[in-house]
Design a protein. Structure first.
Length: 102
């Protein structure tokens, strides 16, 4: 992983919060409410109409295992992962971005 990738990974580990995936393991993720621009870049309008709001985004280390359809528990609520994408710098994966809703 590149030096920039390592710095981003360290930021997620330092500032992230624990999120439970599929009820079995915990990952560190920086979590925030999804913006409309981000949602429109990842989903069609028809997809968005079928999801409950708010939708949340979790940014985590690129090597975390998370797939669409997995469950995520945070603050006592359980959500379904709707989309997962990996962001790269050059060819090197840096972070994984997951969008979830109830």
């Amino acid at each position: 992983m590149s030096a920039r990738g390592e710095r981003l990974r360290a930021l997620v580990q330092r500032h992230g919060e624990p999120v439970v995936v599929n009820g079995t393991r915990t990952v560190q993720a920086v979590v925030f409410v999804a913006t409309s621009g981000l949602l429109r870049s990842l989903f069609t309008d028809n997809d968005l109409l079928s999801f409950n709001r708010p939708m949340w985004v979790g940014v985590m280390a690129a090597d975390e295992t998370l797939n669409a359809g997995d469950t995520v528990s945070r603050d006592g609520a359980t959500f379904t992962v709707r989309r997962v994408t990996t962001l790269k710098i050059g060819a090197s994966p840096v972070v994984k971005v997951a969008v979830w809703s109830q």
